[in-house]
Design a protein around this ligand. Structure first.
Ligand code: DX5
Ligand code: ZN
Length: 224
């Protein structure tokens, strides 16, 4: 299995956002997680297309736009134009999830389906073939720096079983409350794309990045 740490720039220092992004790129990050909040689907408001467009030329990392936005189908064209490589939408926010996933694929981008902690896995039953990645929220979305909700660990295990049963290699991304003490829990449960905001951005970005990715290998340096 391939493991990725996807730094969430929600916790970056926006005074020098470009430098923070280049720091994680230098560390080897392949995926940058871009948290969009609309003040409606989630209580808070973050940033949107103009910010994505301005950081697009900085790196060739995979820009993963996590839309915590009601009716995200309205914005697929805009985020594609701004330079997203993948767009993750919440099942709870879509009246027509299947159609929105088609919209994303029609733009040539990767799709992600996100589920809040209390949303059952069964909403995925008829879209497995259209989801390139499934994002299981490990906190209720809306803010960085929250505590991981333990019940979500079993949900990760259940999703891994369902994917295995179907012979699918769909990525499982997890998001919220992941740091040095909780990362093994989500990795052991079967996640392979690990979003981390507050545990990466801070005084020592490079040190934080190294510390977290060290969990991807065992003491002999072999991948788990
Ligand atoms: C939560 C966002 C997360 C968040 C993660 O609403 O989707 O990506 O920034 O932050 P930490 O890692 O600080 O929990
Ligand atoms: Zn996110």
């Amino acid at each position: 299995m391939e493991y990725y740490l996807a730094p969430s720039i929600l916790s970056a220092d926006f005074k020098h956002l470009g430098d923070d992004i280049l720091a994680v790129k230098e560390c080897g990050a392949k995926i940058l997680h871009f948290d969009v909040m609309d003040g409606w689907f989630v209580p808070s408001i973050s940033f949107g297309m103009p910010v994505l467009a301005s950081i697009r030329p900085l790196t060739d990392m995979f820009y993963d736009a996590h839309l915590m936005v009601q009716d995200p189908g309205r914005y697929i064209d805009d985020f594609a134009k701004a330079g997203a490589d993948g767009i993750t939408v919440h099942a709870e926010a879509c009246g027509h999830l299947d159609r929105v996933l088609d919209q994303i694929h029609d733009k040539g981008l990767k799709t992600g389906v996100a589920l809040n902690p209390a949303t059952p896995l069964s909403v995925l039953d008829y879209v497995y073939d259209k989801a390139d990645m499934i994002l299981l929220m490990t906190v209720n979305p809306g803010f960085g720096g929250q505590k991981l909700i333990p019940a979500t660990l079993d949900k990760i295990r259940q999703l891994r079983l369902r994917l295995d049963e179907r012979g699918l290699s769909t990525w499982i991304e997890v998001d919220g409350g992941i740091h040095d003490e909780t990362i093994d829990l989500v990795l052991d449960a079967g996640a392979n794309v690990i979003v981390a905001g507050s545990a990466v951005f801070g005084a020592d970005i490079r040190g934080n990045y190294r510390k977290l990715t060290a969990h991807f290998t065992n003491s002999k340096g072999e991948e788990r």
